[in-house]
Structures are given as structure tokens and as C-alpha cells.
Design a protein around this ligand. Sequence first.
Ligand code: CAA
Length: 258
Amino acid sequence: MINYQHIQVEQFEKIGTIRLNRPKVLNALNRKMVHEIVNAFIEMDQDDDVKVIVLFGNGKAFAAGADIGEMAQNDAVDLELLNQFADWDHLALIKKPIIGAVHGFALGGGFELALVCDLLFAAEDAKFGFPEINLAVMPGAGGTQRLTKLMGKTKALEWLWSGEMMSVEEAVRFGIINKIFPKELVVEETIKYAKKLAEKPALSVRFIKEAVNKAIDYSLYEGMQYERKNFSLLFSSEDQKEGMRAFLEKRKPEFKGR
Ligand code: CAA
């Protein structure tokens, strides 16, 4: 795997891990770091040996947002020319499951990065929020969109306007995170979960992710048509034949991921 400056990537069996690694600034996301994160995701998505990607942060936090020092002096023309959020668009195209393990702060761009994950596990000390309003700006990497789709307009506006931080209990209640773990166990438990998911037939995992994501953007009718196509397509996979044959023969299936 490639050596990066601001992140660390590793592989444990079928699990690829990406660790944010600017702990002195609470993993504040500068542009180079976002570029590295996106490259690492793309690399793992294309690597047949990686089945599930796990994302977490080194140090005291997951990520305390975009690097304020880097963007403080920018004007609108700089931002337009930099097109800095274009990198984020690639994250929505990752086909493999992404599981985030959040501890400490996940704020601003850090929260936006967490919201890119398909599943989110959090430590008891995790805090989520969009403090951009206190800097007289707003989220720019999908925060207003993804938060609203998860919790609905009125709740999203309340959090985005207040800039306050949400506890893990609130995050569970609003459907933002899946599970809460003690801080010292959150990464271990996430990897344990990822290993189980990595054993499932990979095409089913991938097509289910695609279909669920369509449910967010499509009408019910369009989403159901999409689901049906994916359902049919799975019947041309070797794993479907093996899965159903194994059931009928009362034995454990051996999936190949194709
Ligand atoms: N950018 C740059 N540096 C940051 C940072 C950020 N987003 N967040 C923290 N840091 C730095 C601090 O400046 C500090 O550096 P020094 O030691 O050199 O002073 C170091 O990280 C530790 O931070 P604190 O001393 O502030 O730690 P704390 O525990 O007292 O407070 C905190 C933690 C409440 C998260 C506080 O650091 C904070 O408010 N950070 C900024 C959060 C924020 O506003 N995020 C949104 C950014 S804008 C954005 O993300 C836009 C977008 O949509 C992409």
C-alpha cells in the first residue's frame, strides 16, 4: 500500500483501514489530507483483497473539521478555482462498505467525513456537530444534505443553526450512529464487525449498498425498479448458485465474491 503523509493505511486480512493522522491538530482536514483519504479509498475499492474499509482517527479525536488555518485567508474565487470539494464527490462512488469508528470530536468536515460512512460505530466520548456557523460559514462537503436526509429538516436546522455538539445518545436516537462502545474498544469492535461483513457474499453486499443509497435519491417506484434489476443480476453470480445449493444440501456455503 502507498505511504501517505497525513493518513496511515493498513490491511488486516480482508479489512483495509484508513487512520487519520494529524493528531496535534485533532486531525483537522487540510486539502492534501482529504486528497490522500480519497486516494486511499479508491485504492482499497479497487483492491480485490479488501472487502470492507474501516476509517478512524489517531489521537484524541476523529477529526475536528476542515483546517481553519488553511482556509482562513481564502476568498470565494480561490475556493472556486481550487474546487476543493470535488475530491469529496469520489467518496460517494465507493462500492465497498465503509465503517467509521469515531471517538472524540467529529466536527464540521470531520462530521461530514463520518457521514460518508455506511455504518458508524462510536465511542462513549464521541461528539458530533457542525460548528461552522460560529465561524460565519456553513458546511461545504455535504453536511447540510446528508444530515437532513438522516434526521429530517427541522432537526437538521436546529443542529446546523446552533453549532452545538451532539452526544452519542442523541446520535443513536437520530439514526446517525449504529452502536456505542467503550472508547478503548471501539476500533477493535468495529474491525470485528467488519470481519463478519467481509465473509458475506461480496456482490450481495455491494448491490444492497447501491440499492439502499438509491432509496435516498429515488422515488419509491424508481427505487423498486432499481432493486429488482440488482436482484435479478445476482442470479448470474456463482455465489447465488452456491448459496442456494448449500442451503438445499444443508451445508455451509463457500462464497467466492463473484
Ligand atoms: N483547524 C485547524 N486546527 C484545529 C482545528 C481545525 N478545525 N481544530 C483544532 N485545531 C487545533 C487547535 O488550533 C490546536 O492547535 P494548537 O495546539 O497549535 O493551538 C489543537 O488543534 C488542539 O485544539 P484545542 O486546543 O482547541 O483543543 P480543545 O480540546 O481545547 O478544543 C475543539 C477542541 C472544541 C474541537 C476546538 O479545537 C475547536 O473548536 N476546533 C474547531 C472546530 C471547528 O470549528 N470545525 C469546523 C471547521 S470548518 C469546516 O469543517 C468546513 C467544512 O464544512 C469543510
